[in-house]
Each structure stands twice: as C-alpha cells, then as structure tokens.
Design a protein around this ligand. Sequence first.
Ligand SMILES: Nc1ncnc2c1ncn2[C@@H]1O[C@H](COP(=O)(O)OP(=O)(O)OP(=O)(O)O)[C@@H](O)[C@H]1O
Length: 249
Amino acid sequence: MIEVDRVGRSFTVGRGRARRTVHAVRDLSFTVGAGEFVGYLGPNGAGKSTTIKMLTGILAPTSGRVRVAGLDPTRRRTALARRIGVVFGQRTTLWWDLPLKDSFELIRHLYKVDRADFHRRLDELADLLDLGGFLHTPVRQLSLGQRMRGDVTAALLHEPAVLILDEPTIGLDVVSKVAMRAFLRRLNAEHGTTVLLTTHDLGDIEKLCRRVMLIDHGRLGFDGTVDDLRATAPGRESLEEVVAHLYTA
Ligand SMILES: Nc1ncnc2c1ncn2[C@@H]1O[C@H](COP(=O)(O)OP(=O)(O)OP(=O)(O)O)[C@@H](O)[C@H]1O
C-alpha cells in the first residue's frame, strides 16, 4: 500500500553565506502492506511530517521513489486523494464557519461520493464517533475533541484504503483519547484500512500498533514490533524510557 524507496528530501535555507542544505529525510526505505497498522515515531525535527507530506503529494521527494495505493503522490494527487484519508491533528481540514454536517456535504461533492453511500457511511461514523450532538454546530464552536472526531470522519467519508494520521490524539483528554483509539482499532480490524500513525504519545503506539518505525535525523533507525522495540533497551520499565534511550543513543 505504501512504498518508499531510497527517498530523500532536502531544503535550502538561509541566504548568502548563511545558505545551507537541510536534509530532512535521507535514503529512507520502507513498505507498509494492506491492513497494517504502523506507528511512525521520531523526535522533533526527525523528518516525520516531511515523510507524510511526500506520501500525500504535498511535497515532492528530492530523490527516490514513493508509491501510495500504487500511485505517484506528486503526479497523481487528485486520484490519490480518493484512495487515502489524511488527518493533521494540529490543524483542521473542515470549514471553520460552517456546521460540521455542511463540511461533510462539501467533501461529498469534492470527492464525488455517491449520495446513498455517503449517508450510510456518515450514519455509521456519526454513531461510532458519537457526533450526533454537534453535527449542526459550526466548526469554530467545537471543542478540540469534537473537532478531531469531525476531522477523522471527514477523512473517512470516501472509504479510503489508507489512512494517514499525524498526531490524531494531540491535546485530547483521556476519555477522548481512549474513544479515538478504540475507533481506530476497530476501523483497522473491521474495514482492513491500512493506517500509518505519527504520534508523540506512546500510549497510542502501545494500544494500536503492531509495528513501529522510528526515524531520526531523517533516517530509519528502527523497524519492528513493539516487543522488539522494548528489547532494544532491556531493563527500562516504560516504553517512554525505551524510546528516549533510542532518541539519545
Ligand atoms: N519547508 C521547510 N523548509 C526548511 N526546512 C524544513 C522545512 N520543512 C521541514 N524542514 C526541516 O526538516 C527537518 C525535519 O522536519 P519535520 O517537520 O519533517 O520533522 P518532524 O519529525 O515532523 O518534527 P515534529 O515532531 O517537531 O513535528 C527539520 O530540521 C525542519 O527544520
């Protein structure tokens, strides 16, 4: 579903003598198969967002090859948008002044989702994510937890095969976090949706991911199961300590 083959992405920053090249991602290779639920970890500035931007066609790689659902994201961005869902926890894709339901209607038009399929899917998502109480509320009046549930719904209305989540539990209280995790686990188990999840919350990783990839300084530093990850630092009690050890190694 996701193929990343020797991918690099650099940026030129600064001017004149201060001009330099930042290698955000270097020689990165991995594949994610259909139905996998993979966590993508890394310290601040490691290259996670840059990777996600390349997977979704927002940024072109400087070198290497990316394929998502069989498509080149930068060349086939519109076709890809119909196959993938993306949630950026730190910002919304919803229309700020419109009631949530109207944002969903606009998305239905943009993605050309059949009306009956749309209503079936929205009913299912509204039920699972408990949207009933605020479907008619303007997005700007929603709490963060409500807005996040709205964004996740928006990303799934067209039933994408791949869901890419960039910090989907950031800022959520424990109740909302538990509910979001339960929903994502079910989505993956019942619909077979492939999920790539970026997070700084290791609870997300422990509760959801069978596989974890860790990126640091733009390179893949670890790729394995959560148990394999723990085994990299025996004797450390929490996953936080294990990961902190890897980040500073
Ligand atoms: N548009 C850009 N121009 C210049 N440098 C950039 C740009 N985007 C990212 N970078 C640099 O690339 C590196 C990787 O950034 P990226 O945003 O991918 O990290 P990240 O792992 O998502 O970090 P965080 O966890 O803090 O969100 C950083 O050094 C960052 O400053």
